[in-house]
Design a protein around this ligand. Sequence first.
Ligand SMILES: Nc1ncnc2c1ncn2[C@@H]1O[C@H](COP(=O)(O)OP(=O)(O)O)[C@@H](O)[C@H]1O
Ligand SMILES: [Mg+2]
Length: 150
Amino acid sequence: MKILLRGKHATHELAVVLGAALSTAPRLSHARVIALTGELGSGKTTFTQSFGKFLGVNRRLLSPTFALRSQYKTQSKRYPILEHFDWYRLKGIQDLSPIGWKEALNDPARILIIEWPERARRALPKSFTHIKLAHTKEKERSAVITFHGK
Ligand SMILES: Nc1ncnc2c1ncn2[C@@H]1O[C@H](COP(=O)(O)OP(=O)(O)O)[C@@H](O)[C@H]1O
Ligand SMILES: [Mg+2]
């Protein structure tokens, strides 16, 4: 399904709707994963900031371009930890073990949001939510949302 996001606020609303849906959905045997694809400026970080705010993250969320990963406490009982990954600088799947990807993925109490997941596509679990963002106009983005697995 493709939706148009007219203005930053629409990206915020998408994050809130998805946050509400996922934070009441049953836990999986591993972490919840949201993969965000889309060119620079398509709204990946904006989405993640709104998602974090909805879950009750009280720190300012910045893209972890150099650290590749940052972790936040949420107010959600089901998902008390939100992790934000930015794999832009990743060369491949081999770069994931030093940043503790497996440990994060194996924890059912976490939600992991990944920018640039295509850098290590094979590291994603069978069940994940894919949001494909695109820059359509100066003040408009589009989103295609696909649920893979459970
Ligand atoms: N739906 C939208 N409509 C208009 N502008 C948006 C929308 N979503 C995000 N933006 C703006 O696009 C710019 C880039 O967003 P950002 O989240 O940093 O993109 P990315 O992380 O994909 O590079 C920001 O200035 C943000 O406010
Ligand atoms: Mg970004």
